[in-house]
Design a protein around this ligand. Sequence first.
Ligand SMILES: Nc1ncnc2c1ncn2[C@@H]1O[C@H](COP(=O)(O)OP(=O)(O)OP(=O)(O)O)[C@@H](O)[C@H]1O
Ligand SMILES: O=P(O)(O)OC[C@H]1O[C@H](OP(=O)(O)OP(=O)(O)O)[C@H](O)[C@@H]1O
Ligand SMILES: [Mg+2]
Length: 283
Amino acid sequence: MLRIAIQKSGRLYEDSVQLLKECGIDLRNVKDRLRTEADNFPLEVFFLRDDDIPQYVEDGVADIGIVGENVLFEKNKQAEVVEKLGFGKCRLSVAVPRGQQYEGVTSLQGKRIATSYPFLVNTFLAKNNVQAEIHEISGSVEIAPGIGLADVVADLVSSGSTLFMNGLKEVETILQSQSVLIKNNQLSAAQQQLLDKLLFRIRAVKKAKRTKYVLLNAPNDKLKEIISLLPGMKSPTVLPLAEQGWSSVHSVLSEDTFWDIIEQLKAAGAQGILVVPIEKMII
Ligand SMILES: Nc1ncnc2c1ncn2[C@@H]1O[C@H](COP(=O)(O)OP(=O)(O)OP(=O)(O)O)[C@@H](O)[C@H]1O
Ligand SMILES: O=P(O)(O)OC[C@H]1O[C@H](OP(=O)(O)OP(=O)(O)O)[C@H](O)[C@@H]1O
Ligand SMILES: [Mg+2]
C-alpha cells in the first residue's frame, strides 16, 4: 500500500483529486474525510494542511505527497521531487504600495516585510545583501501595509488581482512555483514499484493534456504536402474516403504548435478539420 498526502481543502485539493481520478484511481467517501482508501489501486490518501505535507513525507508518515514548490522549499525538508504536475502555478513576489518609489532590491533595506514565507524571503534578502525585518503572518498578507503592520509584502501572486485590490505593485519575483509530486527518500522496493506505476499513469495523463487528435479530409493531389505538415506519433494515418480522389488523414498535434499547423493545413487544402481531446497518451 502506498500512502499519499494531499491538501484537505484549498487551491490544490480539486486538481489533486482530479489527477488521481484521471489516473483511474477511484476515491470513495472523499467528502469530509481525513483519510480514505482507493477502490482499485493500493493507495491510501491522507487529507492534510499543505504546510504539513513536506514534514510528513520526510518522516515517512506519508510515502508521497502533492504540494506547491513554494511550500516545499519554504519548509526545506528532505523530500525528493519526482514530477512537476502543472497546476497551482503562482509566484512568490515582493510587492510595495503602488505610490511608493522602487529602485531595485536596495529599496527594501531596513523595511518591514510581511510574509508567510520567512525562510524563502530571508534567503532572497541575504543573496542580495539587504537587511530587512520580517513579520511572519499566516494569511491575508496583502492587508499588512494598509493597516500599518509592515511597509511591504512578499506573498503568492497569480492574476495579480489581490495585489491590485490592496493598492500594491509587484516589484520582485523570488520564486516561480507549481505543484509537484514528492516522495520520501527511503521507499521500499515494493513502494517504489507502486510509485512507478502511478507515475506512468500521471505522465500519460499530462502528455495527453498537451496534445490533440486531429482528423481532416484531403484531396489526394494535396496529400503529400498535408502529410509533410503533420508530425504524428509515427506518421499520420491515411484512409480512403468513399468519395473518389479524397482521403481522411488522422494525426496527433502538440498544443504548442497546434494553431500554426492548423492554419497551414487549411492553406494546403485540408477540409472538415476535427480536433478531439486525447484522454491518455502512452508512447
Ligand atoms: N493564486 C494562486 N494561484 C495559483 N496557485 C496558488 C495561488 N495561491 C496559492 N497557490 C498554490 O496553492 C497552494 C495552496 O494554496 P491555499 O491558499 O489553498 O493554501 P493554504 O491557505 O495555506 O491552505 P491550507 O489550509 O492547506 O494550509 C499554495 O501553496 C500554492 O502552491
Ligand atoms: O494574484 P491572485 O490571483 O489574486 O492570487 C493571489 C492570492 O491567492 C492566494 O490566496 P488564496 O486566495 O488562496 O487565499 P488564502 O491566502 O486565504 O489561502 C495568495 O495568498 C494571494 O493572496
Ligand atoms: Mg497552508
